[in-house]
Design a protein around this ligand. Structure first.
Ligand code: CS2
Length: 505
């Protein structure tokens, strides 16, 4: 089978969309850190539409992988081209896919191989936006407070080796330093990760890091670069070999690195760009003055429900999101979690029909054509829980309102940390704080044993919720929180997920 490549595009079946602009004329105005599946199905898809509509050739994307060379190795022989496969089912439940070859990714650099080349790219005169999808843990922050973790190995390394950084913040600050030294104009730093006030968080971290390098540089960044916040939404599971085979059969060409996602897409981004921006609105983005209410909506509803579903589903041995949400008790629980406990905490958004939003979300989760694995969402819980579930818990506690369903989701995470599902299948806890969490679990077991059988569950949860990096300094001391989580953790352990859900009414 011939490889997908600019020279083979003409061989594609007519229904496959493809770049209709002159790729060779594109400049790399966007440097993107973290060229994972999500960015290639979200930012790049919207950017592609903007390129088609506007004819503005400044906005090609130069990709940067922060760790592995896989994406570069797969895409280099394809000159950066890859296929976006959007999947859903029709009214009869038959899966359908639409295919588009995306052209705006011009190439991929692998930071660990040549960090200086990445710095040069950030400090290139054509660069106007540096965007990021590096996942929550890529920010090297304390998840509960958002503060820079100066003890983080990447931060320590990058402060010592500003010429050869390996972490997100080191690459950004050294790249900006080079820009500043060369007298180049400022850029926009655009976080597209699922973090609360992601632009403000990134700004705080970049400035905290830059302060440690050079106070004048920190001032230049603060005064001239912008950090718009944004809400991003599209479900994009990790691509599997089966996905690749299916896409290649439909293309009649070999694409080693396609990406598969749902048709749904939302992107709400603050219109605060230091050096211009593409016409992303034609591709479905919405520019606003303040993205905060949209971010809260999305993180609490979509990601909060996703994490709750992932831990309960994974423990019950349900491997994919669609299978989990097809379980009536789990579906009912998620619906009530969102309706009763999350929705009342959300800021008002004029024109938003929250009931319709909730129903559509459950339909998105039910999409059987995605096979989104619960284990994938379950990763990195320590980095996800604060903004997905715990800030909602705090709002509910402050309002004197029930946290019963939220507490079950938190208990499901704690239960998941035991490392084996209800079918006895073991799994690794993939989390940057896995070692510290294991120590905390051991301490919690000692506390439970010392407390005796009646008090054991609360003693255990009090210690677990004393893990400040996730729970802050407050929740471990909140009797309502500790008791409610402890009661759920006990039922999950003794009765299992299905019976616990049955007690949820
Ligand atoms: C998911 C998200 O993996 C996860 O943690 O909750 O990636 C989710 O699919 C996206 O945020 C949807 O926009």
């Amino acid at each position: 089978m011939a490889r997908l490549h600019p020279d083979t595009l003409a061989a594609l079946p007519p229904e496959v969309a493809r770049p209709a602009y002159d790729r060779t004329a594109l400049q790399a105005g966007i440097v993107h850190l973290g060229v994972g599946a999500f960015q290639r199905a979200h930012l790049a898809a919207v950017n592609e539409a903007a390129l088609h509509a506007s004819g503005d050739r400044r906005w090609g994307i130069a990709g940067v992988s922060l760790r592995s060379p896989e994406t570069r190795d797969a895409l280099a022989p394809q000159s950066g081209l890859y296929t976006l496969a959007l999947r859903d089912v029709d009214e009869a439940g038959t899966p359908r896919t639409s295919l588009q070859v995306i052209g705006c990714l011009l190439g991929v650099q692998v930071a660990p191989e040549d960090p200086a080349a990445v710095l040069a790219r950030i400090a290139h005169p054509a660069t106007r936006i540096v965007s990021l999808t590096v996942t929550e843990k890529g920010y090297c922050h304390d998840p509960a407070t958002g503060a820079l973790r100066t003890d983080h190995p990447d931060v320590q390394h990058d402060l010592m080796r500003p010429d050869a950084p390996r972490g997100t913040l080191g690459l950004l600050v050294s790249g900006l330093r080079l820009r500043h030294a060369r007298g180049l104009p400022p850029v926009t730093l655009l976080s597209l990760d699922n973090l609360p006030s992601n632009g403000h968080l990134l700004r705080g971290l970049v400035l905290a890091f830059a302060e440690r390098v050079d106070a004048a540089l920190a001032r230049w960044i603060a005064d001239h670069c912008t950090f718009p916040c944004s809400m991003v939404d599209r479900i994009v599971p990790r691509t599997t070999d089966a996905d690749r085979a299916q896409v290649n059969a439909a293309l009649g060409l070999e694409d080693a690195w396609p990406v598969v996602g749902e048709r749904f897409l939302e992107w709400v981004v603050e219109d605060d760009f230091a050096a211009g921006r593409p016409a992303w609105d034609v591709g479905g983005a919405r520019f606003v003055a303040d993205a905060h209410p949209f971010e809260t909506l999305k993180l609490r509803m979509v990601n909060g429900a996703h994490s709750a579903l992932a831990y309960l589903g994974a423990m019950a041995g349900l491997d994919t999101v669609d299978r989990a949400v097809a379980t009536p008790a789990l579906h009912r629980y998620l619906d009530r979690l969102m309706h009763e406990e999350i929705a009342p905490t959300l800021p008002a958004l004029p024109g938003l029909d929250l009931d319709a939003y909730r129903r559509r979300l459950l339909d998105r989760f039910a999409n059987p054509a995605l096979a989104h694995r619960t284990a994938q969402i379950a990763m990195d819980g320590s980095q996800k829980l604060p903004q997905r579930l715990l800030s909602t818990v705090r709002d509910r506690l402050a309002a004197g309102a029930s946290i019963d369903r939220l507490a079950l989701a938190v208990a499901a995470w704690l239960h998941y940390l035991r490392g084996a599902d209800e079918l006895g299948r073991g799994y690794e806890i993939q989390d940057p704080l896995a070692d510290a969490l294991a120590e905390q679990r051991a301490a919690a077991e000692r506390a439970a044993a010392a407390a005796g059988p009646v008090q054991a569950d609360e003693a255990r949860v009090a210690v677990l919720a004393g893990f400040a990096a996730v729970f802050g300094n407050d929740l471990g001391h909140d009797a309502r929180f500790v008791c409610t989580v402890a009661a759920h953790l006990r039922t999950l352990r003794e009765l299992g997920v299905q019976k616990t859900l049955a007690t949820q009414g």
